[in-house]
Ligand binder design. Structure first.
Ligand code: TRP
Length: 337
């Protein structure tokens, strides 16, 4: 039986937070434990370059994100764990796909559109002010990540669904011209957890500076949870769980039964202060063991580097021959053959 491939990446632009964990890392690690699945997980450092011009930060983020995957129990014997920039074939494929991609499709990418909209609302004369080709081409690089390893399933946050659809478009166009080489991927999102809100109630994201880092020391974790925005309802007043960031985060960690019980506590008017304390204790209990492992791993960067090198080797065992097939398909062949 052909195993189904599942693949996801995390951009190395900061310290991993609760949103990365529940939206991508946790489902990916769970999926990797299924023996009928082959899994590819990577540090998206080519993507990080789009927003990050600080070499030290980029490097530190790669270390932290790699240590996070390992601390949370990713088994690198059964899954392929690598750094995107160790796989040069991805860049060559990016160019090939770039030549298959309608510019109009990229004009519609939401990250690019948001940047243009920002410029317009700031009254900038140039709608493309400050926008690099990296940002514009971002979805094509992501398509290369996915298509290179024939991923059928891609666990991502909801904001990434558009990119998976674009990947399908690009792959279908290539297949139409050159034959069936690429597998069309599907996004996998989880209704309960796909996007977590942050401290201020907007999506938890490095870009909004509203994240709760996953392995913050206990005291700081508590402090951050205490900062999460609530409304001004008094203790005893029934509260709406659906509009509560505290509830949303709780639900992302708790079982179904626990979530239902918490819903009841909201109806009964649990005080915000009490809810915050509960949430802290609940999350802390789940994170304290991996946090210890993380703190150990961070001290052994050479070990992490070795794991990534081994992962790159395994990934290239797939990417090198596959890129060869693609090169042949497009006519990059020895002349006279
Ligand atoms: N763009 C993704 C994000 O910001 C990260 C990413 C890069 C990715 N390449 C990918 C995710 C390929 C899934 C598959 O979250």
């Amino acid at each position: 039986m052909n195993k189904e491939t599942i693949l996801t990446g995390i951009t190395t632009t900061g310290t991993p937070h609760l949103g990365n964990y529940v939206g991508a890392i946790r489902p990916a690690i769970m999926a990797s434990r299924n023996p009928n699945v082959s899994s590819f997980y990577f540090l998206a450092d080519y993507h990080a370059l789009i927003k990050n011009r600080e070499p030290e930060r980029l490097k530190q983020s790669s270390l932290e994100i790699a240590a996070t995957w390992l601390a949370l129990g990713l088994d690198t014997n059964t899954s392929i764990f690598y750094r995107q920039s160790d796989i040069p074939e991805i860049l060559e494929l990016t160019w090939i796909l770039t030549c298959m991609t309608a510019k109009g499709l990229m004009n519609r990418a939401h990250a690019y559109k948001a940047a243009v909209a920002d410029n317009e609302s700031n009254g900038s004369k140039d709608p493309d002010h400050g926008i690099t080709m990296g940002l514009f081409n971002y979805p094509i690089l992501m398509a290369a990540d996915i298509l290179m390893f024939k991923a059928a399933k891609v666990p991502v946050g909801k904001d990434q669904i558009q990119h998976i659809e674009m990947t399908r478009d690009i792959a279908a166009r290539f297949n139409h011209y050159y034959g069936d080489h690429f597998v069309l991927p599907n996004a996998v999102t989880d209704e309960n957890t796909a996007i977590l809100s942050g401290l201020d109630g907007r999506k938890m994201s490095k870009s909004y500076d509203n994240t709760i880092p996953l392995f913050e020391p206990e005291k700081k974790l508590r402090k951050l949870i205490m900062k999460i925005k609530t409304n001004s309802q008094e203790p005893g007043e029934p509260k709406d769980p659906e509009t509560s960031t505290l509830f949303e985060i709780y639900r992302a960690f708790a079982t179904k039964e626990e979530t239902e019980a918490m819903r009841k506590q909201y109806e009964d008017g649990i005080a915000w202060g009490e809810m915050k304390q509960l949430l802290f204790e609940y999350i802390n209990a789940q994170l304290s063991e991996p946090r210890e492992r993380y703190n150990e791993l961070i001290k052994t960067p050479e070990f992490i580097e070795k794991v990534l090198q081994e992962g790159a080797e395994k990934a290239r065992e797939v990417s090198t021959p596959f890129l060869g097939e693609i090169r042949k398909a497009i006519g990059f062949q020895a002349i006279g053959s």
